[in-house]
Design a protein. Structure first.
Length: 147
């Protein structure tokens, strides 16, 4: 995992198996060198905005992409997304919801708040791994961010 100061991908995932598979697939694509994993929404907000265990972090130096689960302990993913997209320092940070929720209200609310993409986790192990690898390649290699 990466140093907290220099992160390309912030993975916000409380499910150990899903997190392990995501990290493995990103490593296969050589995209995990600058990856950081947090396991709940409160830790994600601390990481992004420089609080709690991450006082050295600056919101202006955020990750290139946040892969965000919605069903998280402490602070849910919708609230994490709301905070990211409502802050001038972080609103242009790409956020990809990667969740098991197919609930229409979650999809609608995520897009209303400014999510860049909403992906339902494939149940199939291999398809989930491929989806994560494709996301990493797109957001870190193909996507052209502003600035």
């Amino acid at each position: 995992m990466s140093e907290v100061k220099d992160v390309d991908i912030l993975l916000v995932e409380d499910n150990h198996e899903d997190a392990e598979l995501a990290v493995r697939e990103l490593r296969k694509q050589k995209l995990a060198n600058r990856l950081f994993l947090v396991k709940d929404g409160a830790e994600a907000l601390d990481f992004i905005f420089g609080g709690g265990a991450f006082p050295e972090r600056k919101a202006e130096n955020g990750p290139k992409v946040v892969l965000l689960d919605l069903k998280l302990p402490k602070v849910d993913g919708i609230e994490v997304l709301r905070r990211i997209k409502s802050d001038e320092r972080t609103k242009s940070t790409p956020v990809v919801v990667l969740t098991s929720s197919r609930e229409e209200k979650d999809v609608v609310e995520s897009y209303r708040l400014g999510v860049n993409s909403y992906i339902v986790k494939p149940v199939d192990f291999e398809k989930f791994g491929r989806a994560v690898a494709d996301l990493g390649l797109y957001w870190l290699v193909l996507n052209q961010p502003p600035g």
